[in-house]
Design a protein around this ligand. Structure first.
Ligand code: CA
Length: 233
């Protein structure tokens, strides 16, 4: 796994104990965080509450099958990639699964290398820049709703100015990238205004006050000394 995907959280919903064991061992050894659910209802519950980056979802599950879990997750607006695991010969599964909102599927028994490659590619795709119109983006305990122009922490709305919201949206769109102050001025403030790079620092500081648990030790909007800022989250 490449470092930028490190610490991605994966939910494995699978009822075959031996496969759960093999798969979680392998995922952990690749550096992912893994949680498991042994039936569909539990899987759905965990996926809704757990801010996972990806769900590995078996089709044949006790209590609620994988198709229903997948459909329910999408109906609730959850966007994380879902990779479905189907039993051999269930050709129809692929079509049904993709229709219900799965991003990819693999037929059992699968090659472990193949599964790891698919997971990596789904995570990478999910992390490419999102259009701010795409809906919600969550990091830490914060959710940004681009359509309603709202930022909430743990359900409590945060009071961001329009400019702070725009700046945050820009950080999220370019997450993982170092953004220089000049670039931020161009892309967030625009060419018409003539603020100084100090303006950027002031607004970043104010965003940190509102978003970071410890503004002095930010975990989302990082300073890259001598270069600018980088959003990770
Ligand atoms: Ca099964």
């Amino acid at each position: 796994m490449s470092p930028d995907l490190a610490a991605a959280r994966i939910l494995l919903v699978e009822d075959e104990p031996s496969l759960v064991l093999t798969l979680s061992d392998r995922l952990l050894s690749e550096g992912y965080q893994v949680e498991t659910a042994g039936d569909g209802e539990r899987g759905l519950e965990m996926a809704i509450g757990g801010s996972f980056d990806l769900v590995l979802l078996d089709v044949m599950l006790p209590r609620k099958n994988g198709f229903d879990v997948c459909r329910d997750l999408r109906q609730r607006g959850l966007q994380m990639p879902i990779l479905m695991l189907t039993a051999k010969g269930q050709v129809v599964d692929k079509v049904v699964g993709l229709k219900l909102g799965a991003d990819d599927y693999l037929t059992k028994p699968f090659d472990m290398m193949e599964l790891m490659a698919r997971i990596e590619s789904l995570l990478r795709r999910a992390r490419t820049p999102i259009a701010p119109a795409a809906g919600n983006y969550a990091f830490g305990e914060i959710t940004v709703d681009f359509r309603r122009v709202e930022v909430v922490r743990d359900g409590v709305p945060l009071d961001l100015s329009a400019l702070e919201f725009k700046l945050l949206g820009h950080f999220i769109e370019n997450r993982g990238e170092v953004l220089t102050r000049d670039r931020l001025l161009d892309e967030v403030w625009g060419y018409d205004s003539t603020p100084t790079t100090r303006t950027v620092d002031v607004h970043v500081a104010s965003l940190r006050q509102k978003l970071e648990v410890k503004p002095a030790k930010p975990q989302f909007i990082l300073t890259v000394h001598g270069r600018g800022y980088k959003f990770v989250g």
